[in-house]
Design a protein around this ligand. Structure first.
Ligand SMILES: Cc1cc2nc3c(=O)[nH]c(=O)nc-3n(C[C@H](O)[C@H](O)[C@H](O)COP(=O)(O)O)c2cc1C
Length: 328
């Protein structure tokens, strides 16, 4: 059978029972089949049907393991089919996991509470801050298991739950940074710049939580010639000081891997996210808000919350086979 030809899936995938409630909610809120738009061979778990019946040569593809039993009476072609199925049909755990990975999308617009389809009627009084804090903690637990060379464990996460004193300070920074940039660009008058900065502040006010990821052990991120007491200067963009040796580069890479683990963990709980690296994070005011050290590089500001609408999969331009993935 040709590699991409579809065949009935063999994995038993149950969408009922307690542990699958979150899965059901994820598939309600995210079209996990989006992966097909970029030509992925990964199947949506909700389309996994039933287990294969035991034949002379059968594969029992269970959630965590594959048992393959061969029977001498099976014909060669049956065995070939079974082997091909084994190669092309991962276990239901793998399929479910891969589908979660490929269905994560960057979310730009948020609502302040989960939809009732996710929480159920009995949890209408859910304390969303408490939930976000707990989900972030689980996400960071996943983040710290990402690979990091020489076990340097370079990443620190700073969490800001809205509304709070810290989130208000962040919104003020967003306003000032946006205003300064717009005024410098001189594309419109002061009033228009102020109203655009206010619009941006309001958009950020709808983001339920933020997490800042920093990488330690970098070169000093605030050059000595910068006046750290100048009130306006606190919102000016600092120069980019990238990793400059192998350890710093590897630590930054490890930090990025841990951020992706975090995003996937959040997504698995129905939370949307955006990894942002815009000008706000490259200011003294932002560094002072989180209280990081001069040698901490900010790898990203992560927006967290419940998606206002189902995010779209941006078009991936490159083909998988022969381009992204090449046999050598
Ligand atoms: C290191 C990094 C920085 C990013 N910075 C921004 C950003 O500042 N603003 C933004 O809107 N998206 C940002 N993104 C998100 C990308 O735009 C997004 O991942 C990309 O469009 C692909 O969409 P997807 O995540 O839904 O697959 C960033 C992503 C990465 C990995």
């Amino acid at each position: 059978m040709a590699r991409n030809q579809s065949r009935p899936p063999i994995a038993l995938f149950s969408m009922t029972g307690s542990s699958s409630e979150a899965d059901a909610s994820i598939s309600q809120h995210f079209n996990t089949n989006q992966s097909h738009r970029c030509g992925s061979s990964i199947k949506d778990p909700s389309y996994q049907l039933s287990s294969v019946s035991g034949g002379p040569c059968s594969i029992h593809n269970t959630s965590s393991s594959i048992r393959f039993s061969s029977n001498v009476s099976s014909s060669a072609s049956e065995e070939d089919d079974a082997i091909e199925m084994l190669i092309n049909t991962p276990s239901s755990t793998a399929t479910k996991f891969q589908s979660l990975i490929t269905s994560r999308r960057t979310v730009s617009n948020y609502v302040s509470a989960p939809p009732s389809t996710m929480t159920g009627e009995r949890t209408s009084s859910l304390d969303t801050s408490q939930f976000l804090r707990a989900a972030i903690k689980r996400g960071v637990e996943c983040a710290i298991t990402a690979p990091n060379h020489k076990m340097t464990e370079p990443t620190t996460f700073y969490s800001i739950i809205s509304p709070s004193k810290s989130s208000e300070k962040l919104l003020d920074i967003v306003y000032e940074v946006t205003l300064q940039r717009l005024l410098q660009q001189k594309l419109s008058g002061e009033e228009a710049c102020r109203s655009e900065a206010t619009r941006k502040r309001e958009k950020w006010a709808n983001i339920p939580a933020f997490l800042v990821a920093t990488v330690g052990g970098m070169a000093e991120q605030v050059p000595s010639h910068i006046n750290t007491t100048d009130a306006e200067g606190k919102f000016a963009e600092l120069p980019l000081i990238p990793p400059s040796n192998i350890k710093q580069l590897e630590d930054y890479a490890a930090s990025c891997a841990s951020i992706q683990n975090l995003l996937l963990s959040l997504h698995s709980e129905g939370l949307g996210s955006k990894w942002a690296t815009g000008p706000v994070i490259r200011t003294l005011a932002f560094r002072e808000l989180i209280g990081c050290k001069p040698e901490d590089m900010i790898a990203g500001l992560i927006f967290i919350g419940w998606p206002k609408r189902e995010p779209r999969m941006p078009r991936r331009r490159r083909e998988l086979e022969g381009d992204v993935l090449r046999d050598v």
